[in-house]
Design a protein around this ligand. Structure first.
Ligand code: FES
Length: 104
């Protein structure tokens, strides 16, 4: 699977949703309003906390509140806190009806 498409209807600004793929992998998507969707691996690269529960976006950083690792929402690069490893960021594309998340 190279991409997944989900309906963008019903997303409220500030909402995050976990997405489970058929292979068992989990992503999380955050909606920041307008056409701004950001998708990440749902497991923190530090100790594996569930980002759909413990993740928040503050300005341009994703923060895992388990141990307060901060990651760039654009590159996944660790900016501050416990994690030395990046979190995977998935490219998103938005159409009037869908969000397309590239898995490659
Ligand atoms: S598991 Fe996310 S910061 Fe430790």
């Amino acid at each position: 699977m190279r991409e997944i498409r989900i309906s963008r209807n019903g997303f409220r600004t500030g909402e995050k949703r976990k997405i489970s793929l058929p292979d068992g992998k989990e992503l999380v998507i955050f909606y920041l309003g307008a056409d701004r969707f950001f998708a990440f691996d749902n497991r923190c690269p530090h100790l594996g906390c569930d980002i759909s529960k413990y993740g928040v976006i503050i300005k341009e950083e994703l923060v895992c509140q388990c141990h307060f690792s901060h990651f760039s929402i654009y590159t996944g690069e660790p900016k501050k806190g416990a994690s030395r490893k990046p979190i995977r960021v998935y490219k998103t594309q938005v159409t009037p009806d869908e969000v397309i998340i590239s898995l490659i």
